[in-house]
Design a protein around this ligand. Structure first.
Ligand SMILES: Nc1ncnc2c1ncn2[C@@H]1O[C@H](COP(=O)(O)OP(=O)(O)O)[C@@H](O)[C@H]1O
Ligand SMILES: CC(C)(COP(=O)(O)O)[C@@H](O)C(=O)NCCC(=O)O
Ligand SMILES: [K+]
Length: 242
């Protein structure tokens, strides 16, 4: 099986064998041209000869159409996941026409009806979703690291482009440090606040920046970079069973 996660910044893929073991995976910035990036990967995918391609995409219909055209050349069946708020594995109060497929699948990848869970996606945007015994209560979306830095640069006269690191929340005494620590503080502050309000929810984090952000969270966080993959596998496994 080939699993694709088309996020706003990166295309991730996982190739799994017939017992679900990951045999190959990668993440690449698609620079808003995911179909072209995929084109360059088709010969590699053909060599793997997957029997099915499951896709999560938050890129909208236009880019999804282009991706479909590219995948059509592989003569391998493929399917884009659509959010189902009444899914047997997890009910959701969220508007299922709007809920991002990645958020939904990340929850599907973790959901456990015996637990209260807080699923945090650290991608282009940070997403926080609360699940109470397999009931999705709703969540939050806010800009992550790079979006915040870009908005400061484009929205101000005196803050210029810089490539500082996001490794501390200590107060800064230079613009570069004040910006980078302020951005990190805004993200970890929000997550710590939600965590504080829901002390009995287990924290699970995924996404490209999870490892950077998790270090500053006041409670133990479970890092799972395979969460969306797990959600895709559960989704398509479930559909086949029913
Ligand atoms: N402008 C950028 N330059 C370099 N890296 C970036 C930029 N924007 C995002 N990233 C990195 O890309 C990754 C995005 O994480 P990912 O979970 O793949 O996001 P998405 O699912 O939204 O595509 C993060 O590790 C982030 O640090
Ligand atoms: C919030 C998101 C942009 C996060 O996407 P990502 O950062 O993973 O690229 C994505 O889940 C999305 O487009 N959601 C649709 C709006 C919503 O979930 O309400
Ligand atoms: K994502």
């Amino acid at each position: 099986m080939l699993w694709l996660d088309l996020g706003n910044t990166r295309l991730k893929y996982w190739l799994t064998d017939d017992i679900g073991q990951i045999v190959a995976h990668d993440a690449k910035q698609h620079l808003q041209a995911p179909a072209e990036l995929l084109m360059g990967l088709t010969d590699r995918f053909e060599r793997y000869a997957p029997d099915f391609i499951g896709i999560s995409s938050v890129l909208g219909d236009d880019l999804n159409m282009k991706v479909s055209d590219t995948l059509g050349r592989l003569n391998t069946p493929f399917e884009f996941v659509h959010v189902d708020a009444a899914h047997p594995l997890m009910k959701s109060a969220y508007n299922d026409k709007q809920l991002g497929c990645d958020r939904w699948l990340q929850m599907l990848g973790a959901v456990d009806k015996k637990k209260r869970q807080c699923i945090i996606g650290c991608g282009t945007a940070v997403t926080i979703d609360l699940i109470d015994h397999a009931e999705h209560l709703g969540g939050y979306i806010f800009p992550s690291i790079y979006l915040q830095r870009e908005s400061l640069f484009s929205g101000t006269k005196q803050i210029t482009i810089s490539n500082g690191t996001f490794d501390s929340v200590g107060q800064g005494i230079t613009t570069q440090d004040a910006v980078h620590r302020g951005i990190l503080l805004s993200i970890v502050g929000a997550i710590n606040e939600i965590s504080h309000r829901h002390p009995n929810f287990e924290l699970i984090m995924t996404g490209g920046d999870a490892s950077i952000i998790a270090q500053h969270i006041n409670r133990p966080v479970r890092l799972r970079d395979d969460l969306l993959l797990n959600g895709l596998a559960r989704y398509f496994d479930h559909t086949k069973q029913s």
